[in-house]
Design a protein around this ligand. Structure first.
Ligand code: ZN
Ligand code: ZN
Length: 148
C-alpha cells in the first residue's frame, strides 16, 4: 500500500517538483495515523531535525498536500478554531471527539457508504466525500465520571 510519502513523490513527479529533505521531514512528521497534528506540532517535530525549516515552509507544504487531496484540514475544537491535519489515506474515515478531554478517535462504518449511495440516488448529486463527527464521552472520561 502506498504511504503518504510515496503518494507525494508521485504527485511531485507529475508536477516536475522534487522531494526535498525538508518536504520529507514534514511528510514523516505527518505520517502517523490518528494523530491529527497542528501545523505548530509538525513544525516542532521537523525543527528538531532541521532548524532551518520555518513555519511558513510548513504551511506551504501543508496547503500543497491539501490541494492534492492527500491531507485534509479539520477543526475538531470549535472553540479554539485550530486546524488539525488529517491523512486522507489509507481510507476515508470519521471521527468521534470526547467532549471532556477533546481526544479524537477515528472510525469507519459501512453504513456511511450506504448513506452516500442512497443520497446520490435520490438527489442526483455526485457525492465526493463524507465526514461524520460524533461527540460524547470516551471510555476513560466515562470511568472518571462514574467514579466521582
Ligand atoms: Zn482522522
Ligand atoms: Zn475523554
Amino acid at each position: 500500500m502506498d504511504t503518504l510519502i510515496d503518494l507525494a513523490i508521485q504527485r511531485l513527479h507529475t508536477q516536475g517538483g522534487r522531494m526535498t529533505f525538508q518536504r520529507r521531514l514534514i511528510l514523516e512528521a505527518l505520517d502517523c495515523l490518528g494523530c491529527h497534528p497542528t501545523a505548530e506540532e509538525v513544525f516542532a517535530v521537523v525543527n528538531q531535525r532541521d532548524p532551518s525549516v520555518n513555519l511558513s515552509t510548513i504551511y506551504r507544504t501543508l496547503r500543497w498536500l491539501e490541494q492534492e487531496g492527500l491531507i485534509s484540514a479539520r477543526r475538531f475544537d470549535e472553540s479554539r478554531r485550530q486546524e488539525r491535519f488529517d491523512l486522507v489515506l489509507p481510507a476515508e474515515h470519521h471521527h468521534f471527539q470526547c467532549t471532556t478531554c477533546k481526544n479524537v478517535i477515528e472510525f469507519d462504518h459501512p453504513s456511511i457508504q450506504v448513506i452516500k449511495t442512497q443520497f446520490a440516488g435520490v438527489s442526483g448529486c455526485q457525492v465526493q466525500s463524507a465526514s461524520m463527527m460524533l461527540y460524547g464521552l470516551c471510555p476513560q472520561c466515562r470511568q472518571l465520571r462514574l467514579a466521582s
